[in-house]
Design a protein around this ligand. Structure first.
Ligand code: GN1
Ligand code: MG
Length: 362
């Protein structure tokens, strides 16, 4: 791997010697490496090299084009805002497409990241970062963006695919997952409510991030402030609930999304409130009544949507998500289902919190 990374860094014209590297085990689709250089002037400098998953992103050049447009737009609006800076190759491309993969390289920002945290200050700052991100892009023309993964958060289509693949059962897994499939079918209508409302014209499209895991925010190590929102691969037109709901299902869960003890999964309402407060501080004024009214529900929707995606991937032999052991996607599914069940019970409290925070900032 070291030789390959050296070659990639050379193509991006990084000066000096690559002295060490490590694979960073975050992210479930792309491969990420931190490479450490000693530059010709003797100073140390690190970069992030990523191998983009081209099974997931069928047209990775279009992903890079979106990223270019979005970061350029943010820079024009707010030149002092920290951003990931993607390096270019000699032929002025922000990627390197090779036989063995699709590579990109950007600056390393010393920072802290979190998966699960009950530090409410951090969570509130993450809520603000994603809320502000949405506001900055609120007048970005959505049709300038390529849809990098079509129907990414179309929950109805996710269900259709799961049920069709379960019917085919190519890896003979369905017998193990009857209970999970049955539960998902039971909640299908509720889980598809955002998609249905959008199709009926009741929820507006905005430019959204679409992958708002809290580990997609880099934080200042000293003061816990959000430095920058990263992972712009799926910035596309979407619903506000996609960003809010995905963030909650990841950050407000008591455990990590792939915890083997699914019974420990559940919504931490204090974390829910801290995130909601930060997010609504930036967005409340611009949200429609339907958007506010479906925000709590969106957490359930996104949790169930992820359960369908993990289960579908398990049934297909895990071609999509990175797995570290054979049942990984099944473990993820069970954890999401347990979380979704707890959300149903706590829906009245979650709705009350959203109403309270929205009223505070309107
Ligand atoms: C993937 O790779 P990562 O962790 O940024 C996935 C998200 C899922 C997430 C689940 C393009 O995101 O949609 O929510 O895994 N990204 C893509 O952990 O499918
Ligand atoms: Mg991502």
């Amino acid at each position: 791997m070291k030789e390959k990374l050296k070659q990639v860094c050379k193509a991006f014209r990084i000066a000096g010697e690559l002295v060490s590297f490590e694979e960073i085990q975050v992210g479930n689709v792309n491969h990420t490496f931190k490479v450490n250089f000693v530059r010709p002037d003797g100073k140390e400098k690190s970069y992030i090299v990523q191998k983009v998953n081209t099974f997931v992103f069928k047209q990775p050049e279009k992903v890079m084009d979106n990223i270019d447009k979005v970061t350029e737009y943010i820079h024009q609006k707010d030149p002092h805002r920290k951003a990931l800076h993607f390096h270019h190759t000699a032929n002025r491309k922000n990627y390197l497409a090779e036989e063995d993969g699709f590579w990109r390289l950007f600056n390393y920002i010393p920072s802290a990241t979190y998966n699960v945290t009950d530090d409410l200050e951090v969570v509130g700052n993450a809520g603000e970062a994603f809320g502000e991100f949405q506001m900055i892009l609120s007048d970005f023309e959505a049709d300038r963006l390529f849809e990098t993964i079509p129907d990414f958060h179309n929950t109805s289509k996710r269900f259709e695919k799961l049920l069709a693949d379960a019917q085919e059962d190519p890896c003979d897994k369905v017998k193990e997952v009857e209970a999970e499939l049955a539960w998902l079918k039971e909640v299908k209508d509720l889980a598809c409510r955002l998609t249905t409302m959008h199709e009926q014209g009741d929820l507006p499209l905005r430019v959204t991030h679409n992958d708002t895991k809290i580990n997609n925010v880099l934080f200042d190590r000293d003061n816990k402030k959000a430095l920058v929102v990263i992972d712009l691969d799926t910035v596309m037109p979407g619903l506000v609930g996609h960003d809010f709901g995905d963030a909650i299902r990841f950050a407000a869960n008591f455990v990590e999304e792939d915890c083997k003890e699914a019974e420990k999964a559940g919504v931490n309402l204090a974390v829910f409130e801290a995130f909601a407060d930060g997010f609504l501080k930036w967005t409340a004024k611009t949200l429609t009544e339907n958007e506010v009214n479906t925000l709590a529900l969106s957490s359930f929707v996104l949790t169930v949507e992820l359960a369908t995606r993990f289960l579908d991937d398990y049934i297909l032999g895990s071609p999509y998500f990175k797995i570290y052991y054979p049942e990984h996607n099944l473990v993820r599914t069970r954890c999401q289902i347990a979380l979704a069940k707890d959300m149903l019970e706590k829906m009245p409290q979650m709705e009350a919190i959203v109403r309270k925070c929205a009223a505070k900032y309107c």
